[in-house]
Design a protein around this ligand. Structure first.
Ligand code: NAD
Length: 311
């Protein structure tokens, strides 16, 4: 597909779904996609921060805003758990689907001691299952057309943990694993999946962030990062991109060099050997990164070979 202006990133002819696009980050993404020529499906259930209730209003307002600015958009009011209906809206209205930005989210913060099954399940449903259902419904179209872009929304709460968010942290880290495999399975078909980790002033964070910081954390500062990741010129795949306050960077899981816990192949590994080597096992002064599961396995195999050779 040819962009209509080589000096700017455009999405002419592309159809983009943004879930949870009635407010906060999703709204900023949808508006920017709309202004760059994409046809946008503005999905939002219009519920509360905790996932109760629903309203068509928030999605309708964003659709109107996009149209007022000369863009193309339709609303969808289904939950992301009905991702097939969201994708159907895209196909019915625009005849194709190119990009899915999984952004919808709620919070049910409680310490793990007080957390109920409902708190756990609702968070996993909206964040993890909802992202899977919406992406899954778009996947056959992506395969057929040899093109697709997927964004999954994680959180520092997943990467580093956060008090009161055991449910949310687990679901958000689940999305990283989900992205890692989608990147592998989709990569050959020009379907690229990346994770965004935002920090933004929104209704999810208005009670937590001091007012002056809230102002500096506009969702509009993150939208360009997401929009670039979803452009056909962007070949990034399987990455975790952090962004906030007009800054962006990449996160990666690292591992220590570790150490071998026995001298010969036939030696037993004892808890004492683990204790004695703990400082080396956990030495993060010179960490390693791996891009594939094969690289990790190969390293273990090399270590076995060395033991065989008595090195
Ligand atoms: P927000 O509350 O402003 O917007 C989320 C939108 O999702 C709401 O409009 C809501 O109605 C919609 N939504 C909720 N459940 C839905 C469902 N089942 N189906 C469809 N729509 C649904 O929140 P936000 O801060 O813009 O958050 C957007 C995403 O970014 C979330 O996934 C959130 O977890 C993630 N995130 C936000 C921050 C931050 O600092 N704001 C940090 C890390 C991650």
């Amino acid at each position: 597909m040819v962009t209509d202006n080589i000096n700017s990133l455009r999405f002419v002819g592309r159809v983009v779904i943004v879930t949870g696009a009635g407010a906060g980050l999703g709204r900023a993404y949808a508006l920017l996609f709309g202004s760059r020529g994409a046809s946008v499906v503005v999905n939002d259930l219009g519920g509360s921060i905790h996932g109760d209730g629903n309203s068509n209003k928030v999605a309708d307002v964003v659709v109107e805003e996009i149209k007022r600015n000369g863009g193309k958009a339709v609303a969808n009011y289904d939950s992301v758990l009905d991702g097939d209906k969201i994708v159907k809206t895209a196909i019915d209205a625009f005849g194709r689907i190119d990009v899915v930005v999984n952004n919808a989210g709620i919070l049910r913060d409680k310490s793990f001691t007080k957390m109920t099954d409902t708190d756990w399940n609702l968070i996993h449903d909206v964040h993890l299952k909802g992202s899977m259902k919406t992406t899954k419904a778009a996947w056959p179209y992506f395969h057929k057309q040899n093109y697709g872009r997927v964004i999954l929304t994680s959180s520092h709460s997943g990467l580093y943990g956060n008090f009161g968010q055991a449910n949310y942290s687990a679901a958000k880290m689940g999305l990283v694993g989900f992205a890692n495999t989608l990147a592998i399975e989709g990569g050959k078909k020009n379907i690229y999946t990346n994770v965004i980790i935002p920090i933004a002033g929104s209704r999810l964070t208005e009670d937590i962030l001091p007012p002056d910081l809230f102002e500096q954390l506009k969702p509009e500062y993150i939208a360009p990062v997401v929009v670039w990741l979803c452009h056909e010129d962007c070949l990034e795949n399987g990455s975790i991109i952090d962004s906030a306050a007009g800054w962006a960077g990449k996160s990666q899981i690292v591992r220590s060099n570790g150490c071998v816990l026995k001298k010969t192949l036939s030696d037993e590994v004892t808890p004492e050997a683990v204790r004695e080597n703990w400082i080396n096992i956990t030495d993060m002064s010179n960490p390693k990164t791996f891009d594939t599961i094969q690289e990790v396995t190969a390293e273990i195999m090399t270590s076995v070979e060395k033991l065989k050779d008595g090195n």
